[in-house]
Design a binder for this molecule. Structure first.
Ligand code: TRP
Length: 454
């Protein structure tokens, strides 16, 4: 058995890994994106499909990513290559790592724009801008922000600098400590917000919207969105979890660790939905409002609560922190690879890559103002980046990782890394990674294509 060392460092223990990976998983995907796509896709039926994907596709693939990362002990690109070679297969599997690094850049570019909105709202809440606002005024405030490229550029730039500063510090410093403080705080605040939304009088309506299963609401499009989101929210399909897995201590069990991360991530998304929808309904707003949902409904609620602006300020600070700990994992795979490949320090690498994502982010933010006319496949740049990553690149990356772990790696390697002693559990993982995950992903792609063409 090979036991490689990772030159970038490793997590102090299993819990640090769980917290760091949860920090990657829990982000804008949970608090901003999940509620609004659930709203756009009809609620309950979408949520059920999403939960099924998390369990049947997301969890086994996350285990596969951690397994490959820990086996390879390098950046995803080099881990894929090394582990493929160990299994007597083509080093070309490294291409999966390359596609992942590219997806990371593309996701970062629109992620940073949204994180910028969050930063702007931190400032606005701190100013008391939203006190007493109704839904219309909040909608206008959000649209005014989007129409102002200069403001968006400033906040986007601040976010890029924040993220790059941490990635520069490396694996152990900064990130580890920040997650440890941040995650429990996020939980507490979400629970308080949930408590508030229970008092709005529309909690039942919001609950019903999220959990009432009506299959007639379900379209193939919604199934694709649910699949894509299960990858996005768990940070799968681009190597983020593989990179984090490469820093994982050898003794920790992969199965229970991954289940804990997936459970925490799901709970945060559901609580965010339960906190936001009652507020939306109580204020007569549209649950299908799209990306503005969190930025319009929550400020209204905060603006009407006694002392709500302080609370709103804290809420957006925490959303910002969640986004920040996630965005770090979007850059880590590429940064680790550059460090390995060119023997450079993290500082020049982070500055160089930071400039690249900063420029990409400008293209994304222009979608809301001076670049709103630019269309790619009928979408603006922002929507296109979101679509091509979440709904195409991540599921494809996941498909490749599943095939790699299920069919290319032999049992000796997977059994050794996963160290599952219960044969039934190992069998369940094998079936999921060899059949369920690849077939589900491939089938949904094909069916969607047929529907789009038909
Ligand atoms: N999971 C994060 C969220 O839900 C976003 C994210 C971070 C991500 N790293 C990723 C998504 C890697 C896909 C791949 O906000």
């Amino acid at each position: 058995m090979k036991d490689r060392q990772n030159i970038h460092g490793s997590w102090a223990n299993r819990w640090i890994f769980i917290l760091a990976a949860t920090g990657s998983a829990v982000g804008l995907g949970n608090i901003w994106k999940f509620p609004y796509i659930a709203g756009e896709n009809g609620g309950g039926a979408f949520v059920l499909v999403y939960l099924l994907f998390i369990l049947a596709v997301g969890v086994p693939i996350m285990m596969a990513e951690v397994l490959v990362g820990r086996r390879g002990r390098q950046s995803p690109i080099n881990s894929m290559r090394e582990v493929a070679i160990e299994a007597n297969h083509s080093p070309k599997w490294a291409l999966v790592g390359w596609m992942g690094a590219l997806a990371g850049f593309l996701i970062f570019s629109f992620y940073s724009v949204v994180a910028g909105w969050v930063l702007a709202y931190i400032a606005g809440m701190g100013n008391g801008d939203f006190i007493g606002m109704d839904g219309d005024a909040a909608g206008k405030a959000f649209n005014d922000l989007l129409a102002d490229p200069q403001a968006l550029l400033i906040w986007h730039s601040v976010f890029v600098v924040l993220v790059m500063t941490v990635v520069m510090g490396g694996v152990n410093k900064g990130l580890e400590r920040a997650t440890r403080i941040m995650m429990p705080a996020l939980f507490v605040l979400l629970l308080v917000l949930l408590g508030y939304s229970m008092t709005t009088g529309a909690f039942g309506q919001g609950f019903d919207f999220l959990f009432h299963f009506d299959p007639s609401e379900l379209s193939w499009d919604a199934v694709l969105v649910a699949l894509g989101h299960s990858f996005f929210t768990l940070s799968l399909g681009m190597g983020a979890i593989m990179a984090y897995g490469s820093y994982m201590p050898k003794k920790a069990s992969i199965g229970s660790t991954v289940l804990t991360i997936a459970a925490l991530d799901t709970v945060v998304a559901l609580i965010a939905g339960l906190a936001i929808f009652p507020i939306v309904f109580a204020n007569g707003m549209d649950p299908g409002a799209g990306p503005g949902l969190m930025f319009i409904s929550l400020p209204v609620a905060f603006g009407q609560m006694p002392g709500g602006h302080i609370f709103g300020f804290l809420f957006f600070v925490l959303v910002g922190l969640a986004a920040w700990s996630s965005a770090i994992s979007l850059m880590e795979p590429a940064v680790a690879w550059m460090v390995e490949r060119f023997g450079l320090g993290r500082m020049p690498v982070c500055i160089g890559l930071g400039i690249v994502v900063w420029l990409l982010g400008i293209a994304a933010l222009s979608s809301f103002n001076f670049g709103s006319e630019v269309a790619l496949f009928g979408m603006n740049i922002f929507d296109f980046l979101d679509f091509i990553t979440a709904n195409v690149m991540l599921p494809l990356g996941g498909l490749f990782v599943a095939c790699f772990a299920g069919w290319i790696l032999n049992k000796r390697i997977t059994k050794d890394e996963l160290a599952i002693t219960n044969p039934t559990l190992y069998l369940a993982w094998s079936v999921a990674i060899r059949y369920i995950a690849p077939i589900a992903v491939a089938a949904i792609f094909v069916l969607n294509l047929i529907e789009k063409l038909g």
